[in-house]
Design a binder for this molecule. Structure first.
Ligand code: SF4
Length: 510
């Protein structure tokens, strides 16, 4: 390892010029594959060459630990090692100097309380230790929608780019939520996967051919009002319509929470937890990226609140951010509506804050702040899930605080099923067996809830099934089972059938 001479200097990449756009590829990653594919289409749409990094693996984690700070949080090690290993593979074909000319890397940056603010240092150290000193990486500020030209003009983080990426995340969030509500109940195995892949390609094409509507207010107004994206989602709905489901399979609903990267990716970085849970018989309630974006706006409201009565503009600032938050949530609801409202609504951020308040102060930022505590309570108290599986990165300071606070939450709510899994790459068996123990209890709860719902409604499974067979629309993936005071999909379906069949049963009884 080389030791740098002289005082510390913040990382400054060499410029990436506009003339290089045609032959330099922008690398990015760190989201789930659906969002990454559609964000790639946003880059294409704006004339960039872009490539998604492969999902990080355990080898990447080891490389990240070896090449950067061994004590850093595991998402940093995963993403750092992922980039370096990709570059090394490319360098074997083209040489390190050529690779540094062919690619640049773009990721989100921050200056918050956690190590998220130090990602660039980790990358820089790892790149230097791997012979890629000349490689250029760019951090995008999270809190500016329009950042203009970045470092040489090759990257332009303007409203068409930011809105495109944001909209890509929102449409793939609702698609992911729909997918996870369908796959556990599909009648023909593999059908959901096939349709989802088709839909992601369809959405990618829609974003790749997105019309240009100005660079500032025109772009914003168009994105907020156009039916371009809702039309694309209605096409997704039509494709999902063909999937037949059997929602009477009793399954526990498992809410995924945790650190942003670990709860979002699907693969080695989180022990493939989504697929593992499905294979174990659960219905997964995935973590929408939109919830974090919504939290980020709440975070700004909280920043301004203490200035009420001191700063005369504080109220206006709060109103402005609240207005943005309303527009954001309204857009998300429009996208849900295009999929028949089957994808779940975003939790109210101010309810989350209220729920977490006795255990975790809302001004403690970093990572997901008070949301980890809040989401576990929200899912439990509102019967959104039977169990919460929290993905906790090794060496994550904010997450360690949440886990500590959860001890008090579980003390006050002993019936809350909570599985915090420490993710550090080499303890998979231990983490999954811990999850399995709690999942066993969640399965029993789901079955008990289903049996009680049948008893309450006076129906039998055979009667419910007969009703569904007589109403084929209820066997479609896009049929919306209304929410009820139960968490399980099968139990909600029983309630739905009871409601729908009530007049007929009443007629028969009279
Ligand atoms: S929240 Fe935790 S895991 Fe995520 S970047 Fe910050 S310290 Fe690392």
């Amino acid at each position: 390892m080389k030791i740098a001479d002289g005082p510390y200097r913040a990382y400054t990449p060499a410029p990436f010029t506009r003339a290089e756009r045609d032959h330099v590829t922008v690398l990015f990653g760190g989201l789930h594959w659906r969002a990454e594919r559609v964000v790639q289409a946003v880059f294409d749409n704006l004339g960039y060459r872009a490539r998604v990094l492969p999902t990080a693996t355990r080898e990447d984690l080891q490389a990240g630990r070896e090449l950067a700070d061994i004590g850093q949080c595991c998402p940093t090690s995963f993403t750092t090692g992922n980039l370096v290993n990709f570059l090394k593979t490319e360098a074997r074909q083209h040489g390190a100097a050529d690779v540094s000319k062919r690619y640049v890397y773009v990721t989100a940056g921050a200056c918050g309380a956690c190590r998220f603010g130090q990602y660039h240092q980790s990358y820089e150290l790892a790149l230097r230790n791997s012979g890629f000193d000349a490689f250029r990486l760019f951090l995008l500020a999270q809190d500016q929608l329009d950042q203009g030209d970045i470092a040489g003009g090759g990257l332009e983080i303007d409203l068409p780019f930011t809105l495109g990426a944001l909209w890509a995340v929102l449409v793939t969030d609702v698609l992911q939520d729909l997918e996870y509500q369908v796959r556990p109940f599909e009648v023909v195995p593999g059908e959901t996967e096939r349709v989802v892949r088709e839909c992601v390609e369809h959405l990618a094409e829609v974003f790749r051919t997105r019309p240009r509507r100005g660079k500032k207010w025109g772009a914003l107004a168009w994105h907020l009002t156009t039916s371009y994206f809702t039309r694309a989602l209605r096409e997704v709905r039509t494709r999902f319509d063909s999937i037949e489901v059997d929602r009477l399979r009793v399954k526990p609903v498992v809410k995924i929470t945790g650190e942003f990267y670990l709860q979002t990716v699907e693969g080695d970085p989180n022990y493939n937890i989504h697929r593992w849970l499905e294979a174990e018989g659960a219905e997964v309630y995935p973590a929408a990226v939109a919830v974090w974006l919504d939290y980020w706006m709440r975070w700004y409201v909280q920043e301004f609140e203490p200035y009420l009565g001191i700063d005369r503009w504080a109220r206006a600032k709060i109103g402005g951010v609240r207005g943005l938050q309303l527009l954001f949530r309204w857009t998300y609801t429009r996208f849900r509506a295009a999929l028949g409202h089957v994808p779940r609504a975003l939790p109210d951020q101010y309810e989350l804050r209220r729920l977490a308040a006795p255990y975790f102060h809302h001004r403690l930022s970093g990572g997901e702040g008070d949301m980890l505590v809040a989401k576990a309570l929200w899912a439990h108290l509102n019967k959104k899930a039977h169990m919460t599986c929290e993905l906790s990165p090794y060496a994550c300071m904010p997450n360690t605080m949440s886990i500590g606070a959860m001890a008090a939450v579980v003390g006050h709510h002993p019936d809350l099923l909570y599985a915090p899994l420490e993710v550090k790459g080499d303890a998979e068996v231990h983490a999954l067996s811990r999850c399995q123990m709690i999942l066993t209890e969640a399965k029993k709860r789901a079955q008990r809830e289903y049996d009680e719902t049948l008893a309450r409604t006076g129906l039998t499974t055979a009667e419910v099934r007969a009703y569904i067979d007589a109403h084929p629309e209820m066997r479609r993936a896009t049929y919306r089972v209304p929410p009820g005071n139960v968490a399980g999909t099968a139990a909600r379906l029983v309630l739905d059938v009871a409601r729908r069949a009530a007049p007929r049963r009443a007629r028969r009884a009279s």
